[in-house]
Write a protein that binds this ligand. Structure first.
Ligand code: ATP
Length: 717
């Protein structure tokens, strides 16, 4: 039975042709001699391996037949109308690139470059670069670097060397799928040639021959798999064809992504990377790889919110419906859940034995916590107290952070213990009298919760952690997304959930997207991560233009990661598009009109409403925008906890949009900060205020990076 090797097709085909192509490929993979397929060579073709096949009366597939180790393989180049297919088939050639050992499909008679192309410079700049010099020259790249070291085909190298700026190189990159496109994106950055070689795992081929065995070896190189995929069964074939471009993450991984998805680690590992670099994609592939390798393993895949957990669950199902999704964290398979739901599940599963854990964390005897502490409980405690403490301590932000970051992780149960506990990373110094007064408020908070039998989220995670500690690990592998937002007791729980060992904890995070929690240092919670991390830097989602806008939001903010190191920026994008539009408006009505007008013009241009999102600061603004759009004849709906539907423009808070993406995004900045918010921020101590400001910038960064193609920012003065 022939093996099918799919490529990212250079020509996109529509739905009805896809179905026919699917049926053709299914038959081909069963038996290439099936009558009606007409698998035939082309007389005088540039490559004797080329074959055409009959998809239907009108369409033909173009492919290469390779025979290696007694097996037949078909590399599917694409599907074209009959006459075009014959022309393509006569010209194309599949070969091993002699420099980097990667497979390369080239046209035997390349079209002459457009006359307007300026001649390519061949030497790096000798003097200081001027803006008129092409980007490659400014970066000191030479033709020898591109052609002789990296294996870029000469015609593409000449175009790249002549490209005036980054956008022009990205345009060129977009015209080349796979490793060549990835190389061009990297060449537009400051990265050294050595770094690029390492990142794409480029190696000179052992053999430079072009026989079938060499080609098959070349097709298996890590960088080749960004463009070519060996198809494992009919079901996978169907998914690859049906999902087209949007589903390419399921099949065509960047060599770095593949590396992190399959590599085995002795202990915890942290993968950082900016928005849209594919951290979630790596986690999903890793979960599948672990589940396939060990079907009996208990794998927990977790993230911060319920909505994000839903998205992970859906993503895993799309990646591979055969992966067993477990319904309990102790069962074999992949259990996908939010961290807070995980804490609740641990407590539920513990039954009455949870009383010991509650005793260890809170110091009181309770068997069954009956519910979640209502938000606003700290406010009630503050209002009922006559504390002598200053306002920068007596506020909900300070007290809840002190409780979640110091009291709970240290299992502080009384005033004496609180007097002695160390408080690293907390701003306000507390002398003994102040500590006693803070403890009085904490004791009041606990008393309220004891009376109504509730636990807050941080308490529930602490109790779950205490219960799991010493259990020897009830899961085998824990994979975490959005790690930057987790709190100390979440980390304690996850640490206790899995015993220290191979592939125990794999954490994806981006400090720039911390919009809920405060800085956390994993080493404090027995997660020994120092020196065990890497980062992804190629953004697959956001165009370079939108990414630059989003990155500017972070300028000047001193972000630190989970190892307490300064967070690095320097992401690059694989895509190019229009510059973001920033429109200043003077009134609320003008803001709403501007949003409605732009959405109408996007829809007139062919965009479907559900691929457009308006992101706002809070629920109040969300309702206002939904009403205003509907009144102006633009069907819109608010998205809250439910999954977004079809046929209407989606309006949601920036927090809700975390982890999502849309073709087009309007960012409604909501106007100047409200007076109440100004007062709230002023009342915080310096560190809390600083963190709140970082979170506010991060929120805009998160929101701006949700746009795949176009971004409109409406700013009200
Ligand atoms: N190898 C790939 N090929 C094609 N598309 C990809 C690839 N990797 C990621 N993508 C796409 O890039 C987008 C972002 O991926 P993903 O959500 O995994 O990134 P992320 O780093 O988790 O982002 P965020 O931090 O913003 O949530 C998705 O649309 C995903 O399908």
């Amino acid at each position: 039975m022939p093996t099918i090797i799919m490529t990212k097709w250079p020509v996109k085909i529509d739905g009805s042709v896809k179905a026919k192509a699917m049926s053709f490929l299914q038959k081909l993979s069963a038996d290439d001699a099936t009558p009606g397929l007409h698998v035939e060579p082309i007389a005088g073709a540039a490559d004797s391996r080329v074959r055409t096949g009959r998809v239907d009366q009108f369409w033909r597939a173009v492919m290469f037949r390779l025979d290696g180790a007694g097996e037949c393989h078909y590399v599917i180049h694409g599907v074209w109308p009959h006459d075009d297919a014959i022309t393509v088939a006569a010209r194309v050639r599949l070969k091993v690139n002699p420099i980097n050992g990667l497979p390369q499909i080239e046209e035997a008679e390349p079209a002459a470059p457009p006359a307007a192309d300026p001649p390519a410079p061949t030497r790096p700049a000798e003097s200081h670069p001027t803006p008129a010099e092409p980007l490659m020259v400014q970066l000191g790249r030479t033709r020898a670097d591109l052609v002789d070291r990296l294996g870029v085909p000469t015609d593409v190298a000449d175009r790249a060397l002549a490209a005036p700026n980054e956008d022009a190189i990205l345009d060129l990159a977009q015209r080349h799928e796979g490793w060549l496109g990835l190389l061009l994106v990297d060449l537009a950055t400051q990265d050294s040639i050595d770094t690029i070689v390492e990142r794409l795992h480029l190696e000179a081929p052992e053999q430079t021959g072009n026989d079938d065995a060499d080609l098959l070896r070349s097709l298996q190189q890590p960088a080749a798999q960004a463009q070519f995929a060996f198809i494992d069964g009919q079901e996978e074939l169907r998914r690859v064809i049906e999902n087209g471009d949007f589903g390419s993450w399921r099949v065509f991984l960047h060599p770095e992504q593949r590396h992190y998805a399959v590599r085995r680690y002795r202990g915890p590992f942290r993968l950082s990377g900016g928005a849209g670099t594919g951290k979630t994609v790596v986690l999903l592939h890793r979960a599948r790889a672990l589940a396939r390798e060990r079907p009996d393993a208990r794998i927990v895949l977790t993230t911060f919110t319920t909505n994000l957990a839903d998205a992970l669950r859906d993503g895993l199902g799309q990646l591979d419906p055969t992966v067993q999704q477990a319904t309990a964290f102790t069962a074999p398979g992949v259990y996908v859940t939010s961290v807070d739901a995980l804490a609740a599940a641990v407590i539920r599963a513990a039954g009455d034995s949870i009383a010991d854990a509650i005793q260890a964390v809170l110091g009181d005897a309770r068997y069954a916590p009956t519910g979640r502490t209502p938000t606003g409980r700290w406010r009630d405690v503050i209002e009922a107290s006559a504390t002598p403490l200053p306002p920068e301590i007596v506020n909900e932000t300070f007290l809840s952070a002190e409780y979640a970051q110091i009291v709970l992780p240290n299992k502080v149960k009384n005033e004496n213990e609180y007097r002695r506990v160390r408080r690293p990373g907390r701003g306000v110094a507390l002398d003994r009298a102040k500590r006693d007064s803070v403890w009085a408020l904490i004791a009041a908070y606990r008393a309220h919760c004891r009376i109504d039998g509730t636990l807050d989220f941080a308490e529930a995670a602490a109790v779950a952690a205490a219960h799991l500690t010493g259990s020897g690990g009830e899961a085998d592998h824990v994979l975490v997304d959005e790690g930057q937002d987790l709190s100390p007791t979440h980390w304690q729980m996850l640490r206790a959930l899995v015993a220290e060992g191979d592939d125990d904890l794999f954490i994806a995070e981006d400090s720039h997207q911390r919009i809920y929690g405060s800085r956390t240092v994993l080493g404090r919670y027995s997660i020994k991560i120092v020196g065990r991390s890497q980062r992804l830097s190629l953004n697959y989602r956001t165009t370079a233009q939108n990414l630059r806008y989003a990155m500017a939001m972070l300028d000047g903010g001193d972000y630190v990661d989970l190892e307490e190191q300064a967070e690095v920026t320097g992401y690059r994008s694989a895509r190019s598009g229009p510059a973001p539009a920033v429109e200043a408006v003077e009134s609320l009505v003008a803001e709403l009109d501007t949003i409605a007008d732009r959405i109408r013009s996007w829809c007139d241009g062919g965009a479907t409403p559900e691929t457009i999102a308006v992101l706002v600061a809070d629920k109040f603004q969300r309702e206002r925008v939904v009403n205003a759009l509907n009144e102006r004849g633009v069907p819109a709906r608010a998205v809250d906890r439910d999954r977004p539907g079809e046929g209407r423009v989606l309006v949601m808070t920036m927090h809700r949009a975390k982890g999502m993406e849309f073709a087009k995004v309007v960012l409604a900045d909501g106007g100047p900060q409200s007076a109440a918010e100004k007062v709230r921020l002023k009342g915080l101590d310096a560190i809390e205020r600083h963190e709140a400001e970082l979170r506010a910038r991060s929120l805009v960064y998160v929101a701006a990076t949700r746009a795949r193609d176009e971004l409109l920012v409406v700013q009200r003065s």
